[in-house]
Design a protein around this ligand. Structure first.
Ligand SMILES: Nc1ncnc2c1ncn2[C@@H]1O[C@H](COP(=O)(O)OP(=O)(O)O)[C@@H](O)[C@H]1O
Ligand SMILES: [Mg+2]
Length: 464
C-alpha cells in the first residue's frame, strides 16, 4: 500500500507522541511513586531514630503506664505520625511484640501487625517497610531499643500513604489524558501540515505538467520563502527562460523561412519573365544577372543557416592546427581586393613583426575575418578606411577590424550578435555576426565590439 505524504507524516508524528507519552507513563510515573514512598519511609526512619529519646528513656524504667503513653502521644504529635511502642518478649517460637503504648485509638491498634517491628527485633537493626491494612497501604519504620544488653522494645513510626498513592494515580491519569490529547493533536496537526505541503507540491506538479505540454504562461504563486517557495521561484525562472527560448526558436524559424522565401519568390518572378520569347538580349542578360544574384544569396543563406544550426547544436567540428595568424590575416584581406576597389575603400594591414603562431582552426578564423571585413565594407559609406590588425598580447591573440564609418546605432549595438538582426538596409541576412560570435565562443575566445560615430572596432580574442 502506498501511503500519502500526509498520512505518513501524521503517522510519524503520532508514533513520536505515543513514544513520549508511553515513556512518561511507564517510566516516569512509577519512578515517581517509588521515590515518594522511599522518601516517606526515610522520613519515618529519621523520626523514629531522632525524636524517640523520651520514649527510649522509659524502656526498662519503672514509669507509670500513663507517663509512657503521654510520651508516646507527645512524640506522635511532634512528628505527625502514628507512634507505637512494642515490648519485646522472648518466646520459644520467636519474639512476641505486644504493644505497650500507641498514639492512635487503641481500637485501631489491632489493625496493624507491624512486620517491620519483627524484622527490627530479629536483626537488632532499624527496619522500614510497607504494610497493607484494611484502610490502605501504611509506611512503617521500626527502631529497636536495647536495655541492659538486651533488646527490650521496638518503637514504630507509621503513616498511611494512601495520599501519596492517590497523587501518583492522579498523575498517571493526567498523563493518559494529556497523552490522548497530544496524540490527537499530533495526528490532526501532522495530517493538516503534510496536507498543506502536499497541496503545494501538487501545484508544482501541475505547473510542471503545463510546461511539459508547452504552456509557459502560468507562473506559480510564490506563497512563502521556505524551500517550496524557493522551488517555485526557481521553477518560474525556468519557465520564463523556456518561454524565451521557445519565442526565440519560433522567431528564428519565422525569420529563416521569410529570408528563404524572398529570394525564391524573386527567382520565380525572373524565371517567368525569362520565359517571354520576345525579350531582347540585353534585358534577358539583366534578368539572368538578377537570377544569378538571387541564387548566390540563397546559397550563402543556406550555408550560413547550416553553420549556425551546427554551431548551436554543438555538432560543428573544429580542426586544431598550428597557424600563422599574420599570414592568414594577410591572405583573407587580399581576397577583398576587388570589392575594396569597387567600394573605393582602402584596407590597411598592421601586423606584428614576428609570426603570430596559434593552435586553431584556420578555416573558421578566416570565416570570422571575412564576416568582419565584409561588414566594414557593406555597412559603411564608400571611401571608408579599414584597418586590420593582428597581435599577440598576454598569451592571447587579438585580431581587430576597424573602420571609420558612421558607427553602429546605440540602440542596435546590444542586438547585432542576434541571428537575423540587421540595423540598416544593406540587404544582409543578419547571420554574419551571430555566426562569428558563436564560432569565437567555440574557440574559447570572444568577439567584442566598440563603436562610436567615426570608428567601429570588432575584436576577436582567442587563447594562444
Ligand atoms: N562595421 C560595421 N559598421 C556599421 N554597422 C555594422 C558593422 N558591422 C555590423 N554592423 C551592423 O550589424 C548588423 C549585423 O551584422 P551581420 O550580423 O553581419 O548581418 P548583415 O551583415 O547580414 O546585416 C548589420 O546589419 C549592421 O547594421
Ligand atoms: Mg554581415
Amino acid at each position: 500500500m502506498r501511503l500519502s505524504l500526509s498520512n505518513r507524516l501524521a503517522l510519524v508524528f503520532s508514533a513520536i507522541t505515543l513514544l513520549a507519552v508511553g515513556g512518561l507513563y511507564l517510566y516516569v510515573a512509577p519512578g515517581l511513586q517509588t521515590r515518594l514512598l522511599s522518601e516517606k519511609l526515610h522520613q519515618l526512619a529519621t523520626a523514629a531514630k531522632a525524636d524517640s529519646a523520651p520514649i527510649v528513656d522509659t524502656v526498662g524504667a519503672t514509669d507509670l503506664a500513663s507517663v509512657v503513653s503521654a510520651r508516646v502521644e507527645r512524640a506522635a504529635l511532634m512528628s505527625g505520625d502514628r507512634v507505637t511502642l512494642l515490648s519485646v518478649n522472648e518466646a520459644p517460637g520467636g519474639a512476641q511484640l505486644p504493644p505497650v503504648a500507641d498514639s492512635s485509638n487503641p481500637a485501631a491498634t489491632g489493625e496493624l501487625s507491624f512486620p517491620v517491628a519483627y524484622r527490627a527485633a530479629a536483626n537488632g537493626q532499624p527496619a522500614t517497610g510497607m504494610e497493607s491494612a484494611k484502610s490502605g497501604e501504611v509506611a512503617e519504620a521500626a527502631s529497636p531499643v536495647s536495655f541492659a544488653g538486651h533488646l527490650a522494645a521496638v518503637i514504630v513510626y507509621s503513616a498511611p500513604v494512601s495520599d501519596v498513592l492517590h497523587s501518583v494515580a492522579i498523575v498517571h491519569h493526567e498523563i493518559l489524558v494529556a497523552g490522548a490529547v497530544a496524540l490527537l493533536l499530533a495526528l490532526v496537526g501532522g495530517y493538516l501540515t503534510a496536507n498543506a505541503v502536499a497541496q503545494r507540491v501538487k501545484r508544482l506538479e501541475r505547473a510542471a505538467e503545463e510546461v511539459a505540454a508547452g504552456n509557459f504562461n502560468h507562473p506559480i504563486a510564490v506563497d512563502s520563502t521556505d524551500e517550496l517557495g524557493q522551488l517555485a521561484v526557481a521553477f518560474n525562472a525556468m519557465q520564463r527562460q523556456l518561454a524565451q527560448l521557445e519565442l526565440a526558436r519560433k522567431k528564428f524559424i519565422a525569420t529563416a523561412s521569410h529570408e528563404l522565401r524572398t529570394p525564391i519568390f524573386s527567382l520565380g518572378g525572373f524565371v517567368e519573365l525569362l520565359e517571354d520569347e520576345d525579350l531582347d538580349l540585353e534585358t534577358r542578360q539583366r534578368f539572368l544577372e538578377q537570377v544569378k544574384q538571387q541564387v548566390e544569396r540563397l546559397r550563402k543563406l543556406s550555408v550560413d543557416l547550416l553553420d549556425l544550426s551546427r554551431l548551436e547544436s554543438g555538432s560543428l567540428e573544429l580542426r586544431e592546427e598550428e597557424v600563422d595568424l599574420g599570414e592568414l590575416t594577410r591572405s583573407v584581406s587580399g581576397e577583398f581586393e576587388p570589392t575594396l576597389h569597387q567600394h573605393d575603400s582602402h584596407l590597411e594591414l598592421r601586423l606584428a613583426a614576428r609570426r603570430i603562431d596559434a593552435q586553431c582552426d584556420p578555416v573558421r578564423i578566416a570565416q570570422i575575418m571575412r564576416i568582419l571585413i565584409d561588414n566594414a565594407l557593406t555597412h559603411t559609406p564608400a571611401g571608408t578606411r579599414i584597418v586590420v590588425t593582428a597581435a599577440r598580447n598576454d598569451g592571447r591573440v587579438r585580431l581587430a577590424v576597424r573602420d571609420d564609418g558612421e558607427g553602429i546605432d546605440r540602440d542596435a549595438l546590444p542586438r547585432i550578435f542576434e541571428p537575423f538582426f540587421t540595423a540598416d538596409d544593406a540587404q544582409g541576412s543578419g547571420l554574419g555576426l551571430a555566426i562569428a560570435s558563436e564560432l569565437a565562443d567555440r574557440m574559447s575566445g570572444r568577439l567584442s565590439v566598440n563603436s562610436a560615430p567615426g570608428e567601429t572596432v570588432f575584436t576577436l580574442e582567442i587563447p594562444a
